[in-house]
Design a protein around this ligand. Structure first.
Ligand code: GTP
Ligand code: MG
Length: 312
């Protein structure tokens, strides 16, 4: 992926907590053991704890059992490589790149998610990465709902030295989106990123408001929003899955920004997301600074998830 190429290092660091609890526990569980039914049951419990999700865990466990019966998986130590191989197959090469507008048009990225998921911070990360790549970026503060939300985005815009379009606190977020699109077009910016208020996936009127914002953007710029990113907090565990399906229905989510992967000991959530929603995870957030982001790469993710403490 062209976007964000060259930003490395965060993922292994980000998954440290997962490794300290999940992986080291997994390795000591498997060490020196034969793959038998007792071990398989313990392995199953371990994988569930790590948030991989029941569908994935069931498939993995059935696979281990079948291989064990066939005599092709006998030593506990071989299990991790087996799991990694199986999980890699979950992510066939697919479009994890950001969808962009045709050259000469502004790419519009609409960012959504529940309260406190990490939307505004993740926007700063994306904007920072794009600026570093020489793109012109503008922000739109469509969170007119929470006091202080506009200011928070504005502070990031000042730090990153980029333009921001904002409206009145309590105003119509769709109107801000409209103004931002207009301003982006007139300034010919490459990328416009729109922040929105946090909302619960069960709050119907607020979810409908997202659809309205979408429509307004689409009328102003053809094909926009080109990307609807749902920011999920990796520490919320399996609730992230219901968020994903509800936001997908209401706002046509095209990609996931998985934030706070550094804050969880259950880094397997990306597996569960893949299994149950099919929405590609496009980015992972691994800290609170604008540099703490990287594109999601399955192999790197699985290597980090299952890395030895020694090699991490
Ligand atoms: N450790 C860690 N913290 C993060 C990450 N992303 C965001 N945060 C923190 O999470 C908190 C909430 O982040 P915001 O960006 O304000 O979240 P939001 O979704 O915009 O919140 P609302 O606008 O209130 O809905 C802040 O303290 C961020 O610093 C991450 O990848 N890792
Ligand atoms: Mg916010």
């Amino acid at each position: 992926m062209a976007m964000l190429r060259g930003i490395f290092g965060g993922l292994k660091k980000g998954l440290t907590r997962t490794r300290e609890t999940f992986t080291s526990g997994l390795r000591s569980l498997l060490h020196g053991r034969a793959v038998d039914e007792t071990l398989i049951k313990e392995l199953e419990a371990k994988l569930i704890q790590a948030d991989l999700g029941l569908t994935a865990v069931n498939a993995l466990i059935e696979g281990v059992r079948a291989e064990s019966r066939a005599g092709t998986l006998t030593r506990g130590e071989e299990v991790i490589d087996y799991l990694k191989t199986q999980l890699t197959a979950l992510w066939p090469p697919e479009d994890r790149a950001l969808h962009e507008a045709p050259a000469g048009t502004t790419t519009v990225i609409l960012v959504t998610g529940v309260n406190g998921a990490g939307k505004t911070t993740s926007i700063a990360k994306l904007a920072n990465a794009m600026v570093q790549q020489g793109k012109s970026v503008m922000l739109g503060a469509c969170d007119t709902y929470r006091a202080g939300a506009v200011r928070q985005l504005e502070i990031w815009a000042e730090r990153l030295d980029i333009h921001i379009v904002k409206g009145q606190q309590g105003g119509d977020p769709a109107a801000v989106a409209f103004d931002a699109c207009e301003s982006a077009l007139s300034r010919n910016v490459d990328v416009l990123i729109l922040d929105t208020a946090g909302r619960l996936q069960t709050q119907d009127p607020l979810m409908r408001q997202l659809a309205k914002i979408r429509n307004v953007i689409g009328k102003k710029i053809e094909g926009a929003p080109h990307e609807v990113l749902l920011v999920l907090d990796a520490t919320t565990g399996q609730n992230a899955l219901s968020q994903a399906s509800n936001f997908q229905d209401a706002a046509g989510v095209t990609g996931i920004f998985l934030a706070k992967l550094d804050g969880t000991a259950k880094g397997g959530i990306a597996v569960a997301i893949r299994q149950t929603t099919g929405i590609p995870v496009k980015f992972v957030g691994t800290g609170e600074t604008p540099d703490d982001v990287e594109p999601f790469e399955p192999v790197r993710y699985l290597d980090a998830l299952f890395a030895d403490e020694a090699s991490g």
